[in-house]
Each structure stands twice: as structure tokens, then as C-alpha cells.
Design a protein around this ligand. Structure first.
Ligand SMILES: NS(=O)(=O)N=C1NCCCN1
Ligand SMILES: [Zn+2]
Length: 261
């Protein structure tokens, strides 16, 4: 029942438009960011991440990615400033990655991909009464995107990779308390921003994207741990390694990309 979608040949990004026609809309994500074409906007101030009182709940394998969920029943952890008119509440973060030795980011920069991309998903609880309602509104969501580049071990990512064996199969989840995603931020909060969409079905055109220019560095070994996750559930015969769970860049359709100062 329902629309099953994935990242394979038959159910992957090129087929999503059949069940989700907005896939061919005018503000789809991800996109290729061309730095020299981005507008430096003097009115675009800094973003603020007030995560110090965030409350993580669990880590889960939803069959598409690995997701860490947060308590979002009050404004304990929000992103504000920059292009945003309201504070947006942190709801969850998840990753997209490639196969061994292959890039797996969703956004690209000057046509170049990164090894992986971290998405911190926030919703506008000032204007909307639930994440679901916000997800269907043009100013409902704000997703902070952080690129991951391979190099040295990331000193805090092990807190996540150490938990991945507990969520190997689709539909599995385990407690994951006391994790503050502030430890996954690069040193600079300079960013690009543009109006786009969710990069997975239902592909709602409700996201103000904020992409940090500076990537974080993680090791090949740490990234390899994500590839031990499986797309399939424990009850299914076929084992499908979770990798290449990214949508490729979509047409810009005349949109402006702005750059922070
Ligand atoms: N990759 S994405 O744009 O964040 N897509 C999402 N879809 C479902 C809800 C959370 N985010
Ligand atoms: Zn995502």
C-alpha cells in the first residue's frame, strides 16, 4: 500500500515523478550551487543555532537513511536569523552518502559533489501547528545542509557510527539520548541559501535551504560504517546495502542563490 520509493533503478529519483508529480516542479532540490553566480545580499545576516537545550530521543533506520529524532514540542532547539523570519524547531537530522570511493552528497558546488551530506531538518512552529502542516507550506521548513569530506577521523561522529549496528535493518530504532548536533558543525557558519524542496518523496516545495560553505572532515572508515546499514527489513530475503541514497541536482528554473556575507 502507499507509494514505495527508493534509490534503485526502478523506484529511484528518475521514477519518483510518477507518484509525486511535483518532482518536476519549479523549486525542486537539490541543486548545483555555482558560487560565482550567488548574490551577495547585504541584508542577509548570520544564522544562529540555539541547540544547547536540544533533546535527542532515538536513532532509527527508516529504509532510506539513518535519522536522529529530537523533542520538538517546544522551542528548546531552534535555528534562526539569516533568511528566516521566525525561529524553526529542530526535528531530526539524517545523512545521504555514496558507494565506496564515490560521492554521495545531494547538492553539488561548481559541479563537484562531496562524499556525504548531513541534513538538519527544522519546522516553523510559529506559523504552523505540526511538522506535517509545515512540510506542506512554502515557508514551513528550513534544512541546514553540511557537506562531509573524507580525511581524518571526525572526533565526535563515532558517537553516531558506534550506534549504527543497532539500526542495521529498516524499521529498527534505539535510544539515542544526550547527543548535541553542535559537535557536527564546521568552524564557519557562512552559507548559501535558496528556496527549494524536500529531496525525498513527497518532495514538498516547502524548504528554505541553508548550506554551509565549509565541509566537515570525516574518515573513509567512519563513512564506511554507514554502508553497513541495509535498505531492507530483517524479514526480507534480499539484503540491499544502504548507499547512494541521494537525489541528483535538479533544474534551477531561474531561482536566485544568495550568499551570506
Ligand atoms: N532530504 S530532506 O530534504 O531533508 N527530505 C526529508 N524528507 C522527509 C522529512 C525530512 N526530510
Ligand atoms: Zn536529506
Amino acid at each position: 500500500t502507499g507509494h514505495h520509493w527508493g534509490y534503485g533503478k526502478e523506484d529511484g529519483p528518475s521514477a519518483w515523478h510518477k507518484n509525486y508529480p511535483v518532482a518536476q516542479g519549479n523549486r525542486q532540490s537539490p541543486i548545483d550551487i555555482i558560487p560565482e553566480e550567488a548574490t551577495r545580499d547585504r541584508d542577509l545576516g548570520p544564522i544562529f543555532l540555539d541547540y544547547d537545550r536540544c533533546t535527542s530521543i532515538n536513532i532509527a533506520n527508516n529504509g532510506h537513511s539513518v535519522v536522529v529524532e529530537f523533542v520538538d514540542s517546544d522551542d528548546r532547539s531552534v535555528i534562526r536569523g539569516g533568511p528566516l523570519d521566525n525561529p524553526y524547531r529542530l526535528k531530526q537530522f539524517h545523512f545521504h552518502w555514496g558507494g565506496k570511493g564515490h560521492d554521495g552528497s545531494e547538492h553539488t558546488v561548481g559541479g563537484i559533489g562531496y562524499a556525504s551530506e548531513l541534513h538538519l531538518v527544522h519546522w516553523n512552529a510559529v506559523k504552523y501547528r505540526s511538522f506535517g502542516d509545515a512540510a506542506e507550506a512554502p515557508d514551513g521548513l528550513a534544512v541546514l545542509g553540511i557537506f562531509l569530506e573524507t580525511g581524518d577521523d571526525h572526533r565526535w561522529l563515532h558517537m553516531i557510527t558506534d550506534a549504527l549496528f543497532m539500526v542495521k535493518y529498516k524499521g529498527s530504532d534505539t535510544d539515542f539520548k544526550g547527543f548535541n548536533p553542535k559537535c557536527l558543525l564546521p568552524s564557519s557558519l557562512h552559507y548559501w541559501t535558496y528556496l527549494g524542496s524536500l529531496t525525498t518523496p513527497p518532495l514538498h516545495e516547502s524548504v528554505t535551504w541553508i548550506l554551509l560553505k565549509e565541509p566537515i572532515i570525516v574518515s573513509d572508515k567512519q563513512l564506511g560504517m554507514f554502508r553497513m546499514l541495509l535498505f531492507n527489513g530483517e524479514d526480507e530475503d534480499e539484503r540491499k546495502r544502504m548507499e547512494n541514497n541521494f537525489r541528483p541536482p535538479q533544474p534551477l528554473k531561474g531561482r536566485e542563490v544568495r550568499s551570506s556575507n
